[in-house]
Design a protein around this ligand. Structure first.
Ligand code: NAD
Length: 435
């Protein structure tokens, strides 16, 4: 049986490793983060991802997955290595390839047999060739090591579901035998496989994320016009989405996109295009609209209160979307920073992500893992993430517990008729204010 190694046990690496173990492969996941590996060796999932904890324990029990920081030993026995390390944004907006290059060098130095290196990390076009160069420079010249691009399309919050039910698997390879080798690994997933050139595969990932981000900024821009002219963006989006050429997904107006992918990938695409002498005007606007949108609830609150000094504000939801504890580039972060600067007193509620918020803000904000406690005695409640707990909240609790019932809803969680029957003052995105 082929020995699969996965480098990096973050959202992508861990979900990938566990998925291959689930379908019967022997998988070794490696990471340089000892605390993560210690938890994983004990069967504890270090991230929140629905179903992952259970699948992890099952794979450990079946002795199909193991975790180690002993990178050298792991790479020595590898037939195929999936690289899923982070490629975060550098201050200038380009992708940081340091971790990826480190892994490439570690693989080259330790490889003891022919192998295929599969790059799952999102990387700018041309990066696979850089990895190939590193492998050529440091590996034993007699070894055949090929590099295949296999960008990942999973969404946090439904990672396992997406791996098993994704729309396509993209494999970018320069040699047909390497493409077949990787396709064979994915055979039991029974998903459409699209084989293409390495450079096209790298670009498919960026272009896909850029397109989805564009849809979000588009509907957000339309939401501002809706507010100005008295249309309702929910109805507008629904009516647009009925057209199959448009489709209804990613047409939810709100306070913009966040997370570890869209912000960094849109910015990396703009930057890498600039290096080619191209200005991506559309994508630059997508980013600008999103920056504006992320702070929209702050602007609304400022308009409402005048001064925000000493105002008690509940931030409801901190993760960048429901069902994840990831707060990277989340609108909550931008909002909390702005409110703190204006002298407001912040209480943050989130069912899962409070430890992550605490690492970012420490004692400068208060925390509550009880929604109704979080809104008690507040001047305003801001809905930032559409967690089920928030969508299903009883509006009467806002009426009775808050100093004054005032909601700024960045995710359009409640329908306007429902709110109309309360005494809550309610501001949402792209819809008329209520009460
Ligand atoms: P992450 O930050 O959650 O995890 C990366 C892991 O790599 C960390 O655990 C880190 O310790 C480890 N690592 C760093 N250097 C290492 C090394 N030299 N050897 C072994 N491990 C090392 O990242 P993520 O969110 O899983 O994203 C990984 C890649 O996948 C990124 O390029 C990202 O853009 C892409 N991606 C992410 C998502 C997502 O939803 N998170 C979706 C699709 C694609």
């Amino acid at each position: 049986m082929k020995q699969i190694i996965v480098a990096g046990t973050g959202y992508v690496g861990l979900a990938t490793g566990v998925s291959f173990a689930t379908i019967g492969f022997k998988v070794t996941c490696v990471d340089i983060d000892e605390s993560k590996i210690n938890l994983l060796q004990k069967g504890i999932c270090p991230i929140y991802e629905p179903g992952l904890q259970e699948a992890l324990l099952e794979s450990i029990m079946q002795e199909r997955i193991e975790f180690t920081t002993n990178i050298n030993q792991a790479y020595r026995k590898a037939d195929v290595i999936f690289i899923a390390v982070g490629t975060p944004e550098l201050p200038d907006g380009t992708a940081n390839l340091t971790y990826l290059k480190e892994v490439a060098k570690d693989i080259a130095i330790n490889a003891s047999k022919d192998l295929v290196v599969v790059i799952k990390s999102t990387v700018p076009v041309g990066t696979n060739e850089v990895v190939k160069q590193i492998l050529k420079e440091f590996a034993h010249p007699q070894l055949k090591i090929d590099v295949v691009s296999n960008p990942e399309f999973l969404r946090e919050g439904s990672a396992l579901h997406d791996i098993f039910h994704g729309d396509r698997i993209v494999i970018g390879a320069d040699h047909p035998q390497s493409a077949s080798y990787v396709s064979e690994l994915y055979k039991s997933f029974n998903l459409p496989i699209f084989v293409t050139s390495v450079r096209s595969a790298e670009m498919i990932k960026y272009a896909s994320n850029a397109f989805l981000a564009t849809k979000i900024s588009f509907i957000n821009e339309i939401s501002s016009i809706c507010e100005a002219v008295g249309a309702d963006v929910e109805q507008v989006a629904h009516g647009m989405g009925l057209d199959r050429r448009i489709g209804s997904q990613f047409l939810n107006a709100g306070i913009g996109f966040g997370g570890s992918c869209f912000p960094k990938d849109t910015s990396a695409l703009v930057k890498s295009s600039a290096l080619e002498g191209l200005e991506l005007k559309l994508l630059k606007s997508v980013i600008d609209i999103n920056d504006y949108q992320q702070l929209k609830l702050y602007e609304l609150a400022k308009l409402y209160f005048g001064s925000l000094k000493d105002k008690q504000i509940a931030i409801l939801g901190a993760s960048f979307k429901p069902n994840t504890n990831d707060i990277r580039h989340a609108p909550s972060i931008a909002l909390i920073k702005e409110f703190l600067k204006a002298g407001a007193i912040i209480t943050v509620y989130d069912p899962i992500a409070l430890p992550e918020v605490n690492r970012e803000f420490g004692d400068s904000v208060k925390y509550s893992n009880d929604l109704y406690e979080a809104i008690s005695n507040q001047d305003a409640a801001l809905i930032v993430t559409e967690w089920n707990e928030i969508v299903q909240a009883e509006l009467s609790q806002f009426e009775t517990r808050m100093k004054q019932p005032l909601i700024f809803d960045g995710r359009n969680c409640f329908n306007l008729e429902e709110v109309q029957n309360t005494n809550i003052q309610y501001y949402s995105i792209g819809r008329k204010p209520v009460n």
